[in-house]
Design a protein around this ligand. Structure first.
Ligand code: HEC
Length: 175
C-alpha cells in the first residue's frame, strides 16, 4: 500500500489539519486579545497627558514666607507647569510659565475677555480665576479653581512677581 494514500497517511493528514486549525485559531485569539489589550494603551499614549487630580486637601496653606521654590512646590504648580528656575517644575498639562514672553501675547489676544491690563494682573487673574481666559490648546477646568483659599496675598504677590519676569531661561534674580 502506498504511504501517501494509505489509512496511516490519511490519519496523519487529518491530524495535521486539526493542528493547523488549532494553531490558526490560537494565533487569531492572541491577535484579538492583544489588540483589545494594547489598543487603549496606544490610544492613551497619543492623547493629551492625563490631568492630575489635585484636591484642596493635598495642598497646604502657602504663607508667602517660604523660599520661592517652596511656595511653588507647596502649591503644586510644578505638577502641571514647566517653570524655568523652579526645580522639578516639568509638568506639561498647562503651558510653560514664561509670562515675560507669553503674558503680553495673552493680553493682546482679541479673544481675551479678562480684566487684567498688566502681565502681573494677568498672572494673578489666571491663578484666582483660571476660567477668565483659557489658553488656546489647553484644557479648561484642569487648573484648580480654589487657589484663592490656599495662597496668602503675599504668596500670590511673590508668585506673580516671579512669573511675570520669567522668559525662556532661568531668571538670575530669583532666590
Ligand atoms: C492640575 C494642573 C494645574 C495646576 C496644579 C496648576 N495649573 Fe496653571 N494651568 C493649567 C492649565 C491646563 C492651564 C491652561 C488652561 C487655562 O488657561 O486655564 C493653566 C494656565 C495657567 C496660567 C496662564 C498661563 C499662560 O500662558 O497664559 C498661569 C499663569 C498659571 N496656570 C499659573 C499656575 C500657578 C502659579 C499654579 C500653582 C499655584 C498653577 N498654575 C497650578 C493647569 C494647572
Amino acid at each position: 500500500m502506498n504511504a501517501e494514500t494509505g489509512p496511516d497517511a490519511k490519519q496523519a493528514r487529518s491530524r495535521e489539519q486539526v493542528w493547523t486549525v488549532l494553531i490558526g485559531g490560537l494565533v487569531l485569539l492572541v491577535g484579538v486579545l492583544s489588540a483589545l489589550w494594547l489598543g487603549p494603551t496606544v490610544a492613551q499614549k497619543k492623547a493629551a497627558p492625563a490631568v492630575p487630580q489635585l484636591t484642596p486637601s493635598m495642598v497646604p496653606l502657602v504663607t508667602g514666607e517660604e523660599p520661592i521654590q517652596l511656595q511653588f512646590t507647596k502649591a503644586g504648580c510644578p505638577v502641571c507647569h514647566i517653570i524655568p528656575g523652579i526645580k522639578g517644575a516639568e509638568g506639561r498639562v498647562g503651558p510653560a510659565l514664561v509670562l515675560g514672553l507669553t503674558g503680553p501675547q495673552r493680553l493682546a489676544d482679541p479673544g481675551y475677555r479678562g480684566n487684567a491690563t498688566t502681565v502681573r494682573e494677568y498672572v494673578i487673574e489666571s491663578i484666582l480665576n483660571p476660567g477668565a481666559y483659557v489658553v488656546p490648546g489647553y484644557p479648561d477646568r484642569a487648573m484648580p479653581r480654589w487657589y484663592g483659599q490656599k495662597l496668602s496675598a503675599g504668596a500670590l504677590e511673590n508668585i506673580a512677581a516671579y512669573l511675570e519676569q520669567v522668559r525662556d531661561t532661568s531668571p538670575s534674580s530669583a532666590q
